[in-house]
Write a protein that binds this ligand. Structure first.
Ligand code: IDC
Length: 461
């Protein structure tokens, strides 16, 4: 079990009252810090630090705190510029989280080493204002918003797009966190009752993305067979209260119009068959590449009506230019979509990233775009864009903190035992029946499971 230490420190000091003479208003100050050890191993740990500004808006901030044990050392931090001097840690805002309005929060984190004890830090200050408070011990367990412990679909029901968010049946923004299959033409052995039980119960996953490749021995080779396999995965997700994201996994060739007729046939069929279900979301083109936004939009405006005719209320997700990078990987950016959106309602736009390859400039794009476009990270990896290479823990954590903060839903590539570092399970796992013990997880699987298995706290009113 992960160890959670929480510190809730609040302060609402009137610092500055003495310094300011005359009638002008004094800036209200105050902050709350939640400090959580998200994982700990021999000699090392990872911590999340959530800052909430309780005072007037700030347009730049510095957080300082004390590590009580001289053996505690900063290794690497994210979502801020981090440094250590003696036992004092300092974190200064980066560009995209510079502004913190009243009540706004931002999540930072770091990994560290320790020798002996690993006590919770003390003496948090924000812009020099002391945040004194009491240090909590073990955090109470996650509170289930719906007594009786219902599932993600049970609580949230039919989803819809509201402004730039994904909203539940109570018209409240939610974030879904879950996993993507690998190509179902290759890894069907990984999708069975035992593995999906583990995904729903141990991982507490909100969704299963069903990656149905169109080429590479996929749908085009057996349309009826792949359609029925997708439908059976939809049912298996539904039985466990998870959303099912039906991914028409176009990749090569990159122009989705190459598969336009196949897409119309496939979506007409799955939309008619699943129209009565509340757990289905349609993703019409995985990663358009080498093709203009205009061509993608044209494809979307032909496929979406086919889905709507059969299943009018489902959310549809449209891939974006440059491997669903909102154009960034093709030298463009989100403005081409903002200025020329798909002519349809109840839709979102896909954004994909691979943490070791796509960093600050991609995060800056998402931060900007999220104020204007409904985004859904239908696929991301903790590794490089090849699906392999070393896991980038710092970049992955920065990404997931950002997505949490923006309430952007996500699915991780992949819930499989593929022999590549993006897979959550060690090679060979799907030949057995144990999908639950920590021994079957890769480094990526362990990190992602620790992130998505935390409480969702979906709003219910
Ligand atoms: C990769 C798989 C790899 C497979 C390859 C085939 O991880 O095992 O051989 O596809 O095309 C994507 C794609 C996704 C890729 C993944 C990693 O959506 O299909 O999977 N990736 O390269 N976009 C960026 C990365």
């Amino acid at each position: 079990m992960k160890r959670i230490l929480a510190l809730l420190a609040t302060c609402a000091t009137a610092l500055g009252l003495m310094a300011v003479a005359g009638p002008q208003a004094v800036a209200a100050t105050g902050c709350k810090v939640d400090y959580t050890v998200t994982s700990q191993w021999t000699g090392g740990f990872q911590a999340g630090v959530k800052i909430t500004n309780l005072g007037d808006p700030v347009s730049g901030w510095t957080l300082k705190f004390t590590l009580p044990d001289a053996g505690q050392k900063l290794a690497q931090g994210w979502n801020a510029t981090w440094s250590q001097s003696g036992t004092t840690l300092t974190a200064t805002n980066v560009d995209w989280n510079r502004s913190l309005g009243t009540g706004a929060s931002t999540d930072l984190g770091f990994t560290g080493t320790f020798s002996g004890a690993n006590p919770t830090p003390t003496a948090f200050t924000l812009n020099g204002v002391a945040c004194t408070g009491s240090v909590g011990g073990e955090e109470p367990g996650p509170t289930d918003p719906a007594p009786g412990g219902t599932t993600p679909v049970g609580v949230n029901g039919q989803l819809h797009v509201c402004g730039v968010n994904l909203c539940n049946q109570y018209n409240r923004p939610i974030q879904l966190r879950g996993m993507s299959t690998h190509g179902i033409q290759w890894f069907s052995k990984c999708y069975n009752n035992a593995s999906l039980d583990a995904l729903a119960k141990d991982w507490k996953s909100d969704l299963l993305r069903i990656a149905m490749y169109v080429q590479e021995s996929g749908y085009e080779t057996d349309p009826a067979g792949f359609t029925s396999r997708v439908n059976s995965y939809v049912d298996m997700a539904e039985a466990r209260g998870m959303y099912a994201l039906i991914d028409f996994h176009t990749l090569t060739p990159g122009d989705p119009n190459y598969n336009l007729d196949r897409a119309k046939t496939f979506f007409a069929s799955v939309a008619a068959r699943n129209a009565g279900k509340k757990n289905v979301i349609y993703e019409i083109a995985n990663e358009p590449n080498g093709v203009s936004w205009t061509a993608i939009k044209n494809y979307a405006e032909q496929v979406i009506p086919v889905i709507r005719a059969a299943d009018p209320d489902a959310v549809v997700i449209v891939g974006t230019r440059g491997w669903s990078s909102l154009g960034v990987s093709d030298g463009s950016n989100e403005t081409e979509v903002v200025n020329n959106p798909v002519n349809a309602t109840n839709i979102m736009y896909a954004f994909h990233f691979y943490a070791a390859s796509h960093k600050d400039n991609y995060r800056a794009t998402v931060s900007r775009a999220a104020t204007k476009l409904p985004l859904f990270v239908t696929e991301f990896g903790t590794v490089s864009a090849t699906g392999g290479g070393a896991m980038d823990r710092a970049s992955t954590t920065a990404w997931l903190d950002l997505l949490d903060q923006l309430k952007i839903s996500y699915a991780n590539w992949t819930y499989s035992d593929a022999n590549e570092s993006s897979a959550a399970f060690k090679s060979g796992t799907c030949n057995g029946s144990d999908y639950s013990s920590s021994g079957v997880l890769t480094e990526s699987g362990a990190l992602i499971k620790s992130r998505i298995s935390t409480s969702d706290a979906f709003p219910t009113s």
